[in-house]
Design a protein around this ligand. Structure first.
Ligand SMILES: [Zn+2]
Length: 406
């Protein structure tokens, strides 16, 4: 029982038989300590909905039932301080992508940016309807009251601080909560800007043609990342042929394909909203070119990460469509018309594979396109030789925040 669950460890008993032990039991000591701290924090919280969430989250750590606290998290709207904590993402489970790893983020909400972002969520149902795929693959309606907020991060812990640093989150992952309440998208602005300035701009200076370097903008980077999160809400959570949830049908490939979906549909959304005039900043060329430079940035995370794999598939797919070209100096140029075609075609492919729960089809796609070919590898090598970092690391903690003298 619970072999596909999110919150248990699979171990052998004394007879050599496999059994599942809930996290609450397996990690009892640290979880009891954490739950106590969350209850203490709830006493200090001014916002009643936030206090309620903290208490329910403490309870979840001890009961292994996270759903009530996920619902409570979606119900709180006015808290200026945010805490995301618990076993959440499944990228760390490299066997089937079922188990969630513990992590935490302490965040401060940027109220003015959040207001600016909230208007986009209203377009989700309309954008779902217009997806470039057959009607059967867009039957689920994304929650319309989902919210989109910008934050500055002040602390990353556990899984979120163990490797590549997330710049945007879309939660909760619980499919039932998503269908009833939608999701919250958290854009981590200060972390995003650090990556843009220290990584993306230097990459573009080395790999993009000079004429398109002016199209690399923070607004476009921010929007592409933001719409990636919104796009997680598009498409389907359940297969259309009774194979259960997409996540379970696609097993260890589920995360890579879901990330690939969010990337490509994010860009699709940007182009739709630009056309409608809902987005007024920048040009389509800004968004496409910044997206292209973003692929080089993400591919560097390598084959073991879901985001890295998704980016390689997209790079190779774009290349086949002629969405970009590479000149004899090793500089890349986005071809606008072909790029638009490639975006539609890749969106259709991913949405269909997900809706069909086509595990074999996804395996073939990952095997064929989830690889870094020689030319790209040598271009990435140039970035490494130029000492352009793959990721940022954080100096954080009470002392950095001026909250402690130790
Ligand atoms: Zn994502």
């Amino acid at each position: 029982a619970d072999k596909t669950g999110l919150y248990s460890m699979v171990v052998r008993d004394e007879n050599g038989t496999l059994k599942a032990i809930p996290y609450a039991q397996y990690f009892a000591d640290p979880l009891q300590e954490t739950a106590k701290l969350l209850d203490d924090a709830a006493e200090l919280a001014d916002d009643p909905a936030f206090a309620n969430y903290l208490r329910l989250r403490a309870k979840a750590l001890l009961s292994n039932d996270y759903q009530p606290s996920d619902f409570a998290w979606m119900d709180m709207k006015s808290n200026p301080i945010e805490l995301v904590i618990g076993p959440i993402e499944t990228y760390e489970d490299q066997l089937f992508g079922y188990r969630a790893a513990f992590e935490a983020y302490v965040l401060l909400k940027d109220l003015s940016w959040s207001e600016r972002l909230s208007k986009y969520a209203a377009y989700l149902p309309e954008l779902q309807t217009n997806l470039p795929v057959a009607a059967a693959y867009k039957k689920e309606m994304p929650g319309a009251n989902a919210d989109l907020n910008a934050y500055d991060v002040i602390y990353y812990a556990g899984h979120s601080n163990a490797g590549s640093k997330t710049i945007a989150i879309n939660l909760p992952n619980d499919e039932q909560v998503q269908l009833e309440k939608g999701t919250r998208r958290l854009q981590l602005k200060n972390a995003m800007r650090a990556k843009f300035e220290n990584i993306l701009v230097p990459i573009a200076d080395m790999l993009m043609v000079p004429e398109q370097r002016n199209n690399i903008t923070f607004d476009a980077f921010f929007a592409n990342t933001m719409f990636h999160e919104v796009a997680h809400g598009l498409g389907v959570k359940n297969t259309i042929n009774d194979k259960g949830t997409v996540r379970q049908a696609l097993k260890e490939h589920a995360s890579a394909l879901e990330e690939g979906k969010a990337d490509i549909l994010g860009l699709y959304m940007v182009s739709q909203l630009l056309e409608k005039g809902v987005i007024s900043e920048g040009t389509l060329e800004d968004y496409y070119t910044t997206f292209m430079a973003g692929i080089f940035r993400s591919v560097r995370f390598g084959a073991s990460s879901a985001h890295g794999k998704a980016n390689m598939i997209r790079f190779n797919f774009f290349q086949e469509y002629g969405a970009f070209s590479r000149n004899s100096d090793g500089l890349y140029r986005v071809n606008m018309d072909k790029m638009a075609e490639a975006i539609d075609a890749l969106s259709r492919l991913i949405l269909t594979l997900q809706g069909d729960g086509d595990y074999d089809g996804v395996s073939a796609l990952v095997a064929e396109k989830g690889v870094i070919k020689a030319t790209l590898a040598s271009d990435l090598q140039r970035l490494t030789q130029a000492n352009i970092p793959v990721d940022i690391t954080f100096e954080q903690g009470k002392k950095v925040l001026g909250l402690s003298n130790q």
